[in-house]
Design a protein around this ligand. Structure first.
Ligand SMILES: [Zn+2]
Length: 168
């Protein structure tokens, strides 16, 4: 006797979030210091964000505490992360973490990057009024600004002004 429920196939077509630097950086940038906006305060905007990243929104308060803890970790602090249950799964390429919500995906991405030894390349822009998260792909891994063209030049201009230009 046959059943016609394609349960297995349906499961396989489920979208999985792509864990890693891209997702983590995007998640950290749901807080925009320069614009003074927080995407996590806007349910509809956050839902759209989650849809793009193939995760569910989950609890927004939890997402916010994970994000803020990760941001302060990147600032050199040792915050305690909210404890989340991360599922594991066996795939073709080994054992992997599985994340469903945005908060889980951000933590799982951080774990993956930490194991790969590249968590240190996730940074917050050094400009106090920017603090945009980025992944440093430079060869020597010493990038300080989200964009040299914007924040790097702004800082250079400030240093120049502080020293006093000849026109002062
Ligand atoms: Zn910046």
């Amino acid at each position: 006797m046959r059943t016609n429920a394609p349960a297995v196939e349906e499961r396989e077509t489920e979208r999985e979030p792509e864990l890693g630097a891209g997702l983590l950086v995007d998640f950290l940038n749901t807080l925009d210091i320069e614009e003074g906006t927080d995407l996590l305060d806007d349910a509809a905007a956050f839902d759209a964000w989650c849809d793009t990243h193939a995760v569910s929104a989950g609890d927004r308060a939890e997402a916010k505490s994970v994000r803020d803890a990760l941001r302060s970790f990147l600032d050199g602090e040792s915050p305690s992360l909210p404890s989340l249950e991360l599922e594991t799964t066996c795939g073709d390429r080994g054992v992997a973490l599985r994340a469903r919500t945005a908060a889980e995906a951000a933590v799982a991405s951080s774990v993956v990057l930490s194991i790969q030894g590249s968590m240190g390349r996730v940074r917050l822009c050094a400009a106090e009024d920017c603090r945009w998260a980025f992944y440093d792909r430079s060869k020597n891994g010493s990038r300080t600004w989200c964009s040299m063209g914007v924040c790097g030049n702004r800082q250079k201009a400030r240093t120049y002004r502080a020293k006093g230009s000849p026109d002062d």
